[in-house]
Design a protein around this ligand. Structure first.
Ligand SMILES: *Cc1c(COP(=O)(O)O)cnc(C)c1O
Length: 374
């Protein structure tokens, strides 16, 4: 085992995180009210250019809240990309509804809009777009389909804080967008989430649902079965400090991706996400794909990189191949995302990586690929 160890992701607390958290402790504002929650929400709405931003406990419950705000119910269907983190589909399942999985378009791995209309039935209620690894989905195409069929459109922007689609911010491109602030995301609170929307009615409904259903005017009056999906002021304090450094974090991620592109461009056996002309991605995580379609070779390459102290991740298993979603879905092959999943590797991408780290990773990737003639 190598002496050096480079994790695939890690939080970098380079701003006022400590100062703000200590302020929470000193003032004893540690629960789910306080100035950092207000500031975090206000600043995040400004960051995305939306009327509302509502903090919640994590990115998964942000999705659940968004779907509940549309009264998603058993029997309903929601169009979801197959190549995403499992939470996107789980939120649909929490509502008793059925995710209908769509294959990827090959260049970015994002949901392929051209495949959606054939999957729409009278039960279809909405579409969830995911900005995979920070590259925006083709939102205009998705919005046109949603409008034509009277469907809601949600953005799962958990991996895309600050990404731009045709000059517009991720989080402002749909009816409701959701974000995650998990420890390995571009901005983190440890655990945390946010919803953004321009719709006052949806915002009020989400506020009610996340606060146990307590009437916003009449304390301790519960008009619906709500949830405790609140964020703490302590987590919001960390989130606010991260958000103040958002441009720095995004610049670091861009620097790292540029470094990998430069240092790995002579590796003939790999490709990577192709940045579309209309996109300015947030570059959450650098991902490359082996041209040779051989999953066991991919897994061996990852094991060898770990021996060199380079942690990697496989690309998400497509959700229609996972046990909870296999029945009814597994029989329909989705060849593009299945291939991306078999051949894809995520490399370390987080704000604290130095140029030397990026050279170290790239050197070992090049060396291991050469050994496999890839
Ligand atoms: C991280 C992530 C989530 C879930 O966020 P948590 O904060 O971990 O609950 C949802 N969707 C996508 C695409 C993600 O990457």
């Amino acid at each position: 085992m190598s002496q050096r160890y480079i994790p695939v992701g890690a939080p970098v607390l380079a701003g006022k995180e400590k100062e703000y958290v200590l302020d929470c402790l000193d003032s004893s504002w540690i629960s789910s009210q306080g100035k950092y929650l207000d500031l975090f929400e206000e600043s995040f709405a400004a960051f995305c250019g939306t009327r509302h931003a509502l903090a919640c406990s994590n990115g998964t419950v942000a999705l659940h809240l968004a779907l509940m705000a549309f009264d998603l119910s058993p029997g309903d269907e929601v169009i979801v990309p197959a190549l995403t983190y499992v939470a996107t589909a789980n939120a649909v399942a929490y509502c008793g509804a059925t995710p209908i999985f769509v294959d990827s378009e090959p260049l970015t791995g994002n949901i392929n809009p051209a495949l959606i209309e054939a999957l729409i039935t009278p039960r279809t209620r909405g579409i969830i777009a995911v900005h995979l690894y920070g590259h925006p989905a083709d939102m205009d195409a998705l919005a046109a389909i949603a409008k034509k069929h009277d469907l809601f459109l949600v953005e799962d922007a958990a991996e895309a804080h600050g990404a731009l689609y045709r000059g517009r911010k991720a989080g402002s491109l749909s009816d409701v967008a959701t974000f995650s602030f998990y420890g390995n995301k571009i901005l983190t609170c440890g655990e945390g989430g946010m919803l953004t929307t321009d719709d006052d009615k949806l915002a009020a409904k989400i506020e009610l649902l996340k606060g146990q259903g307590m009437d916003l005017q009449r304390r301790y009056w519960f008009s619906i079965v709500g949830y405790n999906y609140r964020l703490t002021n302590v987590a919001a304090a960390i989130g606010l400090a991260q958000l103040e450094m958002a441009e720095w974090h995004l610049a670091q991620h861009a620097r790292i991706i540029d470094g990998y592109h430069e240092l790995l461009k002579s590796c003939a056996g790999i490709t990577w996400q192709q940045e579309q002309s209309w996109a300015k991605p947030a570059h959450w995580m650098f991902t490359f794909f082996l041209k040779k379609d051989d999953e066991s070779m991919r897994d061996s390459i990852m094991r060898e990189l770990l021996q060199d102290g380079v942690e990697t991740r496989p690309v998400f298993y497509p959700l229609h191949t996972l046990p909870p979603y296999l029945p009814g879905h597994g029989t329909r092959p989705l060849p593009v995302c299945e291939r991306l999943a078999r051949t894809g590797i995520n490399l370390p991408t987080w704000s604290g990586l130095t140029r030397d780290d990026i050279e170290y990773v790239s050197h070992h990737v090049t060396k291991v690929l050469a050994r496999y003639d890839a």
